[in-house]
Design a protein around this ligand. Structure first.
Ligand code: ATP
Length: 393
């Protein structure tokens, strides 16, 4: 057979495998799932639908229950109450090994004394697949992660990134309905982590598989996910696409956890129904009225609003120009405390003149360099009501 012939045969087999992996992919549903350890509730009343073929990240601070949620889906923990469905099968009483899921860990968990080929083949042998089928699958999985040439080596002869790819090949060889990934990239250095996450996303999309990943990195969740589940204190705070989370966080916790949002707390002064989102006025002590968009909350209730640091405008403060000149423009005076050039982006720390609240402004470094603003200078920050997100208490 010519090389081209071999390649064509592989591609045909490969597309059959592609189909098999896509066909295997199943959705996951949690129905009021609670997990307690003694009297401590690690996850509480989780209800969630992850459609087949989605990349879902469970995101939240340490201890919020992400791993526990993942382990209950995998069957490594029994739920205290509630139901877990994989596809349309209730799996509460099905042991982990029979749930048809795979798990990939941060530590790779490769067998050190087995060759790479044997590592990938392991799960298939356990399932007693015929030798020919095993050979085809292992060959294809190694090809998929670009590591066919290391098949005979032992894991310790591979780099961290290569070992991670082998762990992925091994996890997918069994054609799981769902692949679960527990902080799979945290042992890698920054460059490799970015490369690997691109690769994970490419493979998941190409084969249309269901991936559920635990992470506490916002950027990682954004770059990988179709849907992000933000958790805090064992509960789900928001389920959204990365873009929705970035643009319209639903709670003060999410707005803070996303990183650099500026949050102002105050009292609802007025809210006016508008075409899609209501226009809400928030009275902020020492600052005045801020205008934002959201769903009406009772007048007098404590609430907050959030503005992204890249959606503010900055100008030198001129005492002759009155502040708060327009009824729907948000403006405050602040003093520049520090300027930090981080590459493409310059981060500017400020302090609100009236209240001392810390504020962050971000600009493209080229834009920042073009203005003449310096540390210690008094400036006016302004932002549109349409970019300012109302956050109920
Ligand atoms: N086996 C256990 N026994 C008792 N408590 C546990 C057990 N496993 C987890 N917990 C507790 O449940 C809570 C949730 O833990 P979990 O590991 O799910 O959090 P996490 O969000 O994944 O955190 P991290 O990012 O640090 O891994 C924590 O307070 C943890 O201490």
């Amino acid at each position: 057979m010519t090389t081209t012939g071999v390649r064509q045969e592989f591609l045909q087999t490969s597309s059959a495998t592609q189909q098999a992996l896509a066909d295997a992919a199943a959705g996951v549903s949690l129905r009021s799932v609670t997990k307690k350890y003694g009297s401590f509730t690690a996850v509480e009343n989780l209800t969630l639908d992850i459609p087949a073929g989605n990349y879902c990240c469970l995101l939240g601070p340490s201890g919020c229950g992400k791993t526990t949620a993942l382990r209950t889906i995998a069957g490594h923990e029994e739920v205290t109450s509630g139901d877990i469905l994989i596809g349309d099968r209730r799996v509460n009483d099905i042991p982990a090994a029979k749930r048809n899921t795979s798990m990939m860990f941060q530590s790779y968990a490769l067998f050190p004394h087995k060759s790479i080929w044997e590592n990938v083949e392991f799960g298939l042998k356990m399932r007693k697949l015929p030798e020919q089928e095993r050979r085809t699958r292992v060959g294809e999985m190694l090809e998929m992660v670009g590591l066919s040439h290391v098949a005979e080596r032992k894991p310790n002869m591979l780099s961290g990134g290569q070992q991670q790819r082998i762990a992925l090949a091994r996890a997918l060889a069994t054609r799981p309905q769902v692949l679960m990934l527990d902080e799979p990239l945290s042992a890698l250095d920054e460059n490799l982590r970015v490369k690997m996450r691109t690769e994970l996303r490419r493979i998941q999309k190409q084969f249309g598989m269901t991936f559920i990943q635990v992470t506490h990195h916002v950027e990682e969740a954004f770059s990988l996910s179709d849907m992000v589940v933000v958790m805090t204190h064992g509960r789900i705070d928001q389920v959204a696409t990365p873009s929705e989370l970035f643009n319209t966080p639903a709670s003060q916790f999410v707005a803070k956890f996303m990183g650099d949002n500026n949050i102002f707390t105050g009292k609802v002064v007025n809210s006016v129904a508008d075409t899609s989102l209501d226009l809400i006025q928030l009275g902020v002590e020492g600052i005045g009225t801020l205008f934002c968009r959201g769903y009406a909350a009772p007048v007098g209730s404590i609430a907050a609003c959030s503005i992204r640091p890249d959606l503010m405008q900055i100008e030198p403060y001129l005492p002759t120009v009155p502040i708060q000149s327009s009824l729907t423009a948000n403006q405050i005076t602040a003093r520049i405390v520090a300027v930090e050039m981080t590459g493409f982006v310059t981060r500017v720390s400020l302090m609100a003149e009236a209240t001392g609240q810390e504020i962050l402004y971000k600009a493209r470094t080229t834009d920042w360099d073009a203005n003449a603003l310096t540390e210690g200078q008094l400036v006016v920050l302004s932002w549109s009501k349409d970019n300012c997100v109302f956050l109920a208490a």
